[in-house]
Each structure stands twice: as structure tokens, then as C-alpha cells.
Write a protein that binds this ligand. Sequence first.
Ligand SMILES: [Zn+2]
Length: 67
Amino acid sequence: MQYNIGDIVQMKKKHPCGSFEWEVLRVGADFRIKCTKCGRLVMLSRLDFEKSVKKVIKSNLCNNNKE
Ligand SMILES: [Zn+2]
């Protein structure tokens, strides 16, 4: 699965603020994501990120170069 900066993803677990949706701010070995509701920033490893994601809600492919 390819993730891109700007993607909106749905997590399996609900954030304490009640939101499931996060925006991807950084991809790579570590991912940085932002809660779309409360704005909380979280950094986690790619493995943890991939385990936590349920699905991509909105892909931002067009803004990125293809690998
Ligand atoms: Zn939140």
C-alpha cells in the first residue's frame, strides 16, 4: 500500500476526541499524522502506522511523483 502526504486515512481505533480520520503529513520510515478533528500530531513508525490504518478515505496521489 502506497501512502502519500495529504492522504486522509481512517484508523481502527478512535482518537479520544472522537475522530477516526487523520491526515498524513509525512511518509517514510516514520509517519507523522494529524487528527483532522482536534489537530493532534502523532509520530509513529511505518509498521505501526500500517497496523493502525483501516482504510484510506481520500488519496492525494495527484500531488506526488510516482515512484
Ligand atoms: Zn483527535
